[in-house]
Design a protein around this ligand. Sequence first.
Ligand SMILES: [Zn+2]
Length: 110
Amino acid sequence: MTAIQASAMDRALTQAHKSELHIVGHGFSTVTDDRVIAVSSARDAVRAHVVTIQRNRLHCDYEASQYGRYCSHRALVHEVLSQEAEAARPAHETAPLLPVRGNAAISMWK
Ligand SMILES: [Zn+2]
């Protein structure tokens, strides 16, 4: 992800939180078997937008994303997927590093 893309995603995520968007459903497409997540609509309380996860790409049915803009629905799903990935990391990768005694010239253990 480039710095420009990260900036666009940050703005979209800020907008998602400001609009109080949230996940309203999830599952898998019966046609393609891709994972799909439904995100509430900021404009219509009874409507949701479907974000489809195809490999490492997120596709939203909302018209803004059809023109290459990074919509807030995709940003919210990206955040959820990042949290899932973090939770799935093995404990040894997330545990704090313990000091290790070594042969370094300067060490708190010598
Ligand atoms: Zn969208």
